[in-house]
Design a protein around this ligand. Structure first.
Ligand code: XIL
Length: 370
């Protein structure tokens, strides 16, 4: 858990004063700028943010929608079979509703062994594994989806089913029991039964970096398969964890291939899928330490990315994976060589806006209406 450094405390107090004037009053909020173009801007929050009034002020003043960082995930919401823990997600949703903020669902099934609860990974499916696997999926997906019906209109039904190393569908207890395509198809079918009118999203981290080619191709195959088999998938969620690769290996900061990325997005949208940016942040693991230079480079890079993404009218929702640096998941993993805190989000740890915030604002401003 992050603690504020002594140097950060006066700045934090300044942040508090600045926050007394809502950001919206100092200019237009990111969500207002988005809304002017028929778009929405929001952010992920963790449950512990409910105890952080200054951060809540920031979310309230900049966002139009919220997504739970972890609290709707299977491991959090059904930690043991038949034991549901809705309280954290419910409390966050209550806060959002009180403040007029919409809510996204993330995620019904994080279809990845590392992130499914252990009890699921170790589940004994018995003599009829296909039927048992279906029953387990149905119990989870239907219970969670129905509970939030009418309050969550867009769900990441499946997260990260494609292995980025070989582009194949990941193997899990469910794919072993049902087959790789069939397991993923079934999750969407079950979700659609519970949510006839909601947006159902396939969400993944394929991106525009050169090293993501295999992943992009795998996701394309999955989406083509969904189309060919009539699986009810409405949109592709592009996580958009851009910048340095989320690995410990030293890959450079800006290795994007815009032509390849456009070709990918063209194919996705030509199949009729909508697009969302679901988890935006910029990873500065491999950028030089100088803060002003780092911020400027990240803002420049982000602006280029958003301009490209916003050129697709199918893209309406943009969510940041955290609004201030001390809330970023990237502080805890893939550390910088110099161990300096990272700056992946629009606001710094003193809740002051950074150039990245201006880059997002300018990109919304430049976007064509949709
Ligand atoms: C991350 C959270 O931010 C962390 O707190 C948690 O420990 C792991 O998950 N892709 C996703 C998100 O789809 O759910 C992940 O969130 C970040 C990567």
């Amino acid at each position: 858990m992050r603690t504020f450094t002594r140097r950060a405390i006066p700045a934090l107090a300044l942040g508090a004063a600045a926050c007394a004037t809502p950001v919206a009053a100092r200019g237009q909020s990111l969500h207002a700028l988005a809304a002017a173009k028929g778009m929405r801007f929001g952010a992920a929050m963790p449950h512990r943010a409910l105890g952080d009034g200054l951060y809540l002020d920031l979310l309230r003043s900049e966002c139009g929608l919220i997504v739970s960082e972890n609290e709707h995930k299977w491991a959090a919401i059904q930690p043991a079979q038949g034991v549901f823990n809705f309280a954290p997600a419910d409390a966050m949703m209550a806060w959002a509703a009180e403040n007029g903020l919409a809510y996204r669902g993330h995620t019904l099934v994080w279809h990845h062994v590392q992130w499914l609860p252990r009890w699921v990974n170790e589940y004994q499916f018995g003599a009829n594994p296909a039927a048992e696997a279906e029953a387990l999926l149905r119990a989870h997906v239907t219970t969670v989806a129905q509970r939030y019906r009418g309050r969550i209109s867009s769900w990441d039904a499946i997260n990260e089913a494609v292995d980025h190393t070989d582009g194949a569908i990941r193997e899990t207890v469910f794919t072993r029991a049902l087959g790789k395509e069939a397991a993923n198809d079934l999750i969407f079918h079950i979700a659609r039964e519970a949510l006839p009118n909601e947006q159902l999203v396939y969400n993944d981290y394929m991106s525009w970096e050169a090293h993501s080619t295999t992943h992009r191709n795998g996701v394309l195959r999955l989406l083509e398969g969904f189309k060919a088999r009539g699986v009810p998938v409405d949109a592709l969620g592009v996580q958009a964890h851009i910048g340095s690769a989320n690995t410990d290996n030293s890959v450079g900061f800006a290795t994007q291939n815009e032509r390849e990325w456009r070709r990918f997005l063209d194919e996705v949208t030509a199949m009729g899928y909508d697009l969302l940016i679901t988890e935006l942040d910029v990873h500065d693991r491999t950028l030089p330490a100088d803060v002003a230079a780092r911020d400027a480079e990240m803002a420049r890079y982000l602006r280029g990315y958003l301009d490209l993404m916003f050129s697709y009218r199918q893209l309406k929702d943009v969510l940041a994976w955290g609004m201030a640096d001390h809330y970023s998941w990237l502080q805890e993993r893939w550390l910088r060589d110099d161990r300096a805190p990272k700056r992946p989000t629009p606001y710094d740890a003193a809740l002051q806006p950074k150039p990245m915030r201006e880059a997002i604002a300018a990109a919304f401003d430049a976007a064509a209406p949709r």
